[in-house]
Design a binder for this molecule. Structure first.
Ligand code: ADP
Ligand code: MG
Length: 235
């Protein structure tokens, strides 16, 4: 019997593939994925992960519930784990995941924690967590977590206050639910956040829909991306 019932519709699972084991992920990450009860990658995962691991920028459109969180979190975690295993372990913020709401930030943090169950040296924080005072946030940022998950406005406030610097260390940027980020009016904040990032970093833009606005954002953050258009949102 499966350890956990998959919540993904079976038509979104890539059951033809040899499974996660064929994706060249770190053994500790694979253990955590197995522990989650994920037997097969979803289609967006099996197409995005190998490309992201090769260093490609990714633009993925896939409907809600298709496993986009794992598709971007797994390569981000893998990259940080490999850097740490190779001895590049000085504390530094290496990844920024932008999300439209603090609730989603909480869900993404949970997913990262599940994925790093056997790799506790990878530290992720949700900047928008409501139980954090400003002073507390400053203290947390001073410890330089590997991964910051935040809404554009939360990270921008901390960048502008000088409580976190991303210019030297950031290696990965993810914009999740890009369509919602834009429709919530975060456009200007995202542009300002980008001005605090290094010249070169790997980025992923995930969206359930593709609008002209998402296209404009794509021009700003992606370099020669792999474009993955999977299932549309059901009509
Ligand atoms: P999206 O961001 O595309 O809306 P999520 O990343 O939130 O989708 O994933 C939807 C659900 O599917 C979550 O409950 C997640 O834990 C589960 N899930 C993700 N990947 C897999 C997988 N490979 N196998 C089984 N379940 C998965
Ligand atoms: Mg999602």
């Amino acid at each position: 019997m499966a350890a956990q019932q998959s919540q993904v519709p079976t038509d979104l699972l890539d059951t033809d593939s040899a499974g996660f084991a064929s994706l060249d992920l770190n053994a500790r990450l694979l253990r955590a994925i197995a522990k989650l009860g994920f037997n097969h990658p979803t289609l967006v995962q099996s197409s995005a992960i190998p490309l992201a691991l090769q260093g490609k920028d990714i633009l993925a459109r896939a409907r809600t519930g298709s496993g986009k969180t794992g598709a971007y979190c797994m390569p981000v975690v893998q990259k940080i784990l490999l850097a740490k295993e190779a001895g590049r372990s000085a504390p530094a913020v290496r990844a920024l995941i932008l999300v439209p709401t603090k609730e989603l930030a909480e869900q993404v943090l949970k997913h990262v924690k599940d994925l790093t169950l056997y790799a506790k040296e990878v530290v992720a924080i949700n900047l928008g967590s409501s139980d954090q005072s400003t002073a507390n946030q400053r203290a947390i940022l001073a410890e330089k977590p590997d991964i910051i998950i935040a809404t554009p406005s939360k990270i921008l406030a901390q960048l502008e206050a000088g409580n976190v610097v991303l210019k030297e260390s950031l290696e990965s940027l993810v914009i999740d639910e890009a369509d919602l980020i834009l429709s919530y009016g975060y456009d200007e904040d995202v542009r300002k956040v980008l001005s605090h990032l290094p010249k070169i970093y790997q980025s992923s833009l995930m969206s359930a829909t593709m609008s002209d606005d998402v296209d404009a954002l794509k021009q700003l953050v992606l370099r020669n991306p792999a474009i993955l258009k999977l299932s549309e949102a059901p009509a």
